[in-house]
Design a protein around this ligand. Structure first.
Ligand code: HAM
Length: 431
């Protein structure tokens, strides 16, 4: 093996990365905050496999969607099965709903999930090939309050995390009203075909609605005069959207109506929404999104199941929180308040025994067992910002005592080990 190949092997694959302690503290916090709120609102957890039968995604996400066309990791197994690493979580949840007979449970079924998803996209900041999502789905409910609940819970999670994101909303109609809109949209873009960017020329044939979503300046200019869905929505869709907006108003949740919001997945009908922040140079960073997908089950299971859901992008939220130094803050909170300092061989031997006593007493403690000098160990203790130092030297090791040092005042007292544990239990609690 050449040294160049070897070097490459020591790096993660393109678009993927390792998450180390400081980032993981943020990830855990995001998941915990989102999970606590979701559970409070009645969502139950579900874990589905990282891969599914390839056909499951093909039909349901839209054969012509970017995800199916270019971004799926599909492979043939040794047994000859065609599998796909899940590019998103909604389709697997609808599959699970039918596989586990959830239609016979009281409706709606409310589920949440967190995990890795895989898309073969061009990697860059904010965009990875393996990324984390926290998602919510309400299956078996067509009322607007379901849409509002999803949006509400996701926005509460963002708020609790201290992330201010703008909520954008739109309705993209249903089977009744969208065809007429689509027809007029196609007619409009056909007239202006030559002004479209390369990608949009391709999308025009496959999914003309996506043209509204293009960020190329020429396409943005063109869409200003394009017909707008809101003028085409049927009475039912209009009433549905109105009820969603009424809930938003009643909850005093600010939102912006964006008539061009269409989303990148084909399964949506009626409500679609996105949460976004302003990134570098005013770039719009989508941190979450979702919508209603009333026909997805028709395609997947030949059964009708009105449903709505949404997901937050954990990598993106973690990046925002990292820039706000959230990692350091969490690390400080996690750091134990007691530091064990040992001097000499006998004390070192006693240390491991002592640590176990402290673990049983549920007093978090850190140490640096490989260090010998008291100075060096005190320096580490000060750096960690602990409240107490616990010192054992030769004498203490022999007598079965330990010196408890208050790091702020420098006051020290020598106590038998069991008394030291009792004392610290009280002190650590009272601080
Ligand atoms: P999505 O908009 O494709 O929707 O993804 C949801 C969120 O995941 C995005 O807003 C973004 O923050 C994050 N995300 C997507 N792709 C990447 C990537 N390559 N790197 C980093 N973050 C990314 C869905 O997946 C739908 N299943 C959401 C949903 C649930 N709709 C209904 N129910």
């Amino acid at each position: 093996m050449s040294s160049k190949v070897k070097k490459e092997l020591l790096k993660t694959a393109r678009g993927t990365r390792d998450l180390l302690e400081e980032e993981l503290l943020i990830w855990d916090e995001i998941k915990k905050v989102a999970e606590d709120i979701s559970r409070y609102y009645g969502f139950k957890k579900i874990v589905t496999p990282h891969f599914e039968h390839a056909e499951l995604f093909g039909a349901s996400l839209g054969e012509a969607s970017d995800i199916v066309e270019k971004q799926m990791y599909t492979f043939r197994t040794r047994g000859g099965d065609q599998l796909t690493l899940r590019p998103e979580g909604t389709v697997p949840l609808v599959r699970a709903y039918f596989e586990h007979g959830m239609a016979s449970l009281p409706q709606p079924v409310m589920l949440y999930y967190a995990g890795s998803f895989f898309r073969h996209e061009a990697p860059q900041k904010w965009r990875y090939r393996e990324f984390g999502q926290f998602g919510l789905e309400i299956l078996g409910e067509d009322l607007g309050i379901a849409d509002s609940t999803i949006i509400r819970v996701l926005s509460l999670a963002l708020k609790d995390l201290g992330i201010e994101a703008e909520l954008e909303l739109n309705t993209i109609g249903d089977k009744e009203c969208r065809p007429a809109y689509r027809k007029d949209l196609i007619a409009y873009y056909k007239k202006n075909f030559n002004f479209l960017c390369k990608d949009c020329k391709r999308r025009f044939k496959e999914n003309p609605l996506r043209l509204l979503d293009c960020k190329e300046p020429s396409c943005v200019e063109l869409r200003a005069k394009a017909p707008q869905m809101i003028e085409y929505v049927c009475e039912d869709c209009k009433n549905h959207f109105k009820s969603v907006l009424d809930f938003m108003d009643a909850l005093e949740m600010p939102y912006r109506l964006n008539p061009y919001l269409v989303r990148g997945l084909d399964y949506y009908t009626r409500t679609v929404f996105e949460f976004a922040i302003q990134g570098e140079e005013g770039r719009r960073i989508e941190v979450g999104g979702g919508g209603r997908y009333d026909y997805l089950a028709d395609v997947l299971a030949f059964k009708h199941l009105p449903a709505v859901g949404g997901a937050l992008g954990i990598d993106r939220l973690a990046e925002i929180l990292k820039e706000k130094n959230k990692g350091e803050e969490l690390q400080k909170l996690k750091n134990p308040k007691v530091f064990l300092i040992q001097i000499g061989e006998a004390a070192k031997k006693k240390s491991l025994f002592l640590m176990e006593e402290f673990r049983k007493a549920k007093i978090p403690m850190s140490q640096s067992l490989s260090k010998d000098s008291i100075r060096g160990q005190l320096r580490i203790a000060a750096k960690l910002g602990v409240d107490f130092g616990l010192i054992i030297g030769q004498k203490e090791a022999m007598e079965g005592t330990v010196i408890v040092r208050d790091m702020d005042s420098g006051i020290q007292e020598s106590l038998p080990m069991d008394r030291a544990i009792e004392r610290l239990k009280l002190k650590v609690k009272f601080r």
